[in-house]
Design a protein around this ligand. Structure first.
Ligand code: SF4
Ligand SMILES: [Zn+2]
Ligand SMILES: [Zn+2]
Length: 313
């Protein structure tokens, strides 16, 4: 196959786009897709300060790399979750990426926060699943870091496969409130929130992997051990089968949801959308008197004071 742009020998074939690219043209294509997503959804401008949440995986490091290339002022944010060797290895990748490029990086170590919030401890003490504890803590510390550092915008590396799987999950249960909030740009709904953006939301996992490979980005290949058996993976598998039979399905599913599905749902749901209140304990946005994070911390403090250590691992 020949490169769609320059007719040289193609190194990558994108069935969803019915296009092939040589290496230089692929890198140009990828950057343009990100540029178009940012401009099309007014995610951010180069004068703004962007906090990039990085996990050490290919998507978030590819995002950081391309944002720098596009001229954005970025700082990385890494949340050390305390998930054994996986967290150690992912932290190493993030730190090596940042130091090789002399980029600013903030690290939040959950074990050092509040009463000690490493994911396995929180999950054991509160009997939540690791992923539910992790999701909530990520939201809290991302918001807090963005606010403390006076960033204009928080960028995450969610790709098309992530968004399609999330959309499928939300549609299967018709979770209208989740569908309303599943956007590539979330404007702040509280003075202590910053805008949240997903510049890779229309680029597939395969496309970001190819970009990371071509750019020589050294990322953590293993998945978080808690992702094994996650429903999200089942949805991804189902979508991959649909994609193999009909290339472009995932892109159409997500893109047309944003173009047509979401505006229709949002218009109906708008009356139900109330802005968050303010947490009486920490002052961050909250859906009740006290936010979910402060409730979790209070629960852990009480259990630690009573000497509860949680079930043996
Ligand atoms: S798989 Fe679960 S625990 Fe692991 S990073 Fe994802 S949400 Fe967190
Ligand atoms: Zn080419
Ligand atoms: Zn709070």
């Amino acid at each position: 196959m020949k490169c769609t742009r320059c007719r040289a020998k193609a190194e990558v074939h994108l069935r969803a786009h019915n296009a092939g690219f040589c290496r230089p043209c692929y890198l140009t294509y990828f950057r343009r897709q990100v540029e178009r997503a940012i401009a099309g959804d007014r995610m951010c401008i180069t004068a703004e300060r962007v906090l990039v949440a990085v996990s050490g995986g290919k998507d978030s490091l590819a995002l950081w790399d391309v944002l720098i290339d596009l001229g954005y002022q970025t700082t990385g944010l890494y949340l050390a979750q305390g998930i054994g060797g996986y967290s150690d290895r992912s932290r190493q990748k993030v730190e090596a990426f940042a130091s090789a490029r002399a980029l600013p990086l903030r690290v939040v170590d959950l074990a050092d926060e509040g009463p000690g919030l490493a994911i396995p401890d929180v999950a054991a003490l509160t009997r939540r699943s690791a992923c539910s504890a992790c999701g909530m803590l990520k939201r809290h510390f991302f918001d807090e870091a963005a606010l403390a550092g006076e960033f204009d915008v928080l960028a995450t590396g969610h790709n098309l496969d992530d968004e399609a799987a999330r959309l499928l999950g939300n549609v299967l249960r018709w979770q209208v409130d989740h569908l309303v909030r599943q956007r590539p740009v979330l404007p702040p709904t509280h003075p202590r929130f910053v805008r949240k953006v997903k510049p890779l939301h229309l680029l597939s996992e395969y496309e970001t992997a190819v970009y990371a490979f071509m750019r020589g980005i050294d990322y953590v290949v293993e998945e978080c051990p808690n992702s094994v058996g996650a429903t999200q993976l089942l949805y991804k598998d189902a979508l991959n089968r649909l994609e193999a039979a009909s290339p472009g399905t995932k892109l159409a599913f997500v893109r047309e949801f944003h173009r047509r599905g979401q505006p229709a749902i949002t218009a109906r749901a708008e009356d139900d959308q109330r802005p968050p209140q303010t947490c009486a304990r920490c002052g961050m946005p909250s859906w009740g008197d006290v936010c979910a994070f402060c409730k979790l911390v209070a629960e852990i403090e009480t259990k630690r004071a009573r000497g509860v250590t949680g079930p043996a691992a």
